[in-house]
Design a protein around this ligand. Structure first.
Ligand SMILES: Nc1nc2c(ncn2[C@@H]2O[C@H](COP(=O)(O)OP(=O)(O)OP(=O)(O)O)[C@@H](O)[C@H]2O)c(=O)[nH]1
Ligand SMILES: [Mg+2]
Length: 302
């Protein structure tokens, strides 16, 4: 807890459609990879907390699942997380993909924002993809007419363009408050959770169609072999059907090997120790629609 009474603190939710770049932006804002990212929609499945501490105070960013019409219980859980987040924070950052923008596509998100009384900053993301800047001006006008955003900022979460400016705007709207986390904390998620997510990210990267969505990852065992300074990780990858399991294993186990190599490299660089990663695949039929299975996988309703 800081003794400086003038310091600010607050909670900021990142919301928007799937694939808008919310997780990429969260990682940029806190300067470290906490949330996994992919070009597949509905990558983020739960609320991911990222903490930024500066001399002026502490901001806790909440990355949320992309807003969509849910087709199964997991999707319903994801939407509850996203919608509840809007109500529980001091500020909302609404992220939209400006390269595919338009208020018509964000209708649902705007509707949810209108129900809350929290100030909202609109971020027009992926400006690195836009060469015609008049396109941006049109978008700004369109969004301005749709909702009284307190600020509209074109940024690129990928290149970092204008993210520092966004951070300064966020601090401006934070109330005076206590430091909720230690100064050096970047997140409060357990290591196991981040590791499982990194493995899931590699599955998303290397698979297509329904496979990415059918997968859940759980770390079964995590042990430090002190003598050799190697972190031994035993992870289980759940999928919904035998046919999906076969695809995930790949010819001669090739796909799993590639997932393993990429995940190991990422975990090693993020956690700074050598890793021995063992991956197993198990079928859990229709897990996305089974309440108790979802709970056992950590998707707890609030
Ligand atoms: N060109 C470009 N691509 C970006 C930018 N920000 C994100 N992306 C890409 O957009 C895709 C989606 O990014 P994510 O950060 O996973 O998007 P998200 O909004 O968290 O998606 P969900 O978790 O599914 O809701 C990834 O392929 C990113 O690399 C950007 O500023 N420019
Ligand atoms: Mg995400």
């Amino acid at each position: 807890m800081s003794l400086n009474n003038d310091r600010k603190s607050g909670f900021v939710a990142l919301v928007g459609r799937p694939n808008a770049g919310k997780s990429t932006l969260l990682n940029r804002l806190v300067g470290q990879k906490i949330a996994i990212m992919s070009d597949k929609p509905q990558t983020t499945r739960t609320r991911i907390r990222g903490i930024l501490t500066r001399p002026e105070g502490q901001v806790v960013f909440l990355d949320t699942p992309g807003m969509h019409k849910p087709k199964h219980q997991l999707g319903q859980y994801m939407m509850e997380i996203a919608e509840n987040s809007i109500r529980e924070v001091d500020l909302v950052i609404c992220v939209t993909d400006a390269s595919r923008g338009g208020t018509d596509k964000d209708e649902y998100v705007l509707e949810k924002i209108k129900e809350s009384r929290v100030p909202v900053i609109l971020v027009l993301n992926k400006v690195d993809r836009i060469s015609d800047k008049s396109q941006l001006l049109h978008l700004i006008e369109e969004y301005q007419a749709a909702y009284p955003f307190i600020e509209i900022l074109p940024i690129s979460a990928k290149t970092g363009d204008q993210v520092e400016l966004l951070t300064q705007v966020v601090y401006r709207f934070m109330p005076i408050g206590p430091m909720y986390y230690p100064e050096d904390a970047i997140t409060d998620h357990p290591e196991r959770f981040i590791m499982a997510e990194l493995i899931r990210e590699k599955v998303l990267l290397l698979t297509r169609e329904e496979i990415p969505h059918s997968v859940a990852v759980v770390i079964e065992q995590l042990e430090m072999h002190e003598d050799r300074n190697i972190l031994h990780i035993h992870a289980l990858i759940y999928t919904e059907r035998d046919s999906q399991k076969a695809i995930l294993i790949g010819k001669n186990g090739d796909l799993m090997k590639r997932v393993g190599v990429l995940a190991r490299q990422d975990i090693e660089s993020i956690f700074g120790s050598k890793v021995y990663l063992e991956l197993w695949i198990k079928v859990k039929k229709d897990w996305r629609n089974r309440e108790h299975v979802l709970r056992s996988l950590g998707f707890e309703k609030e």
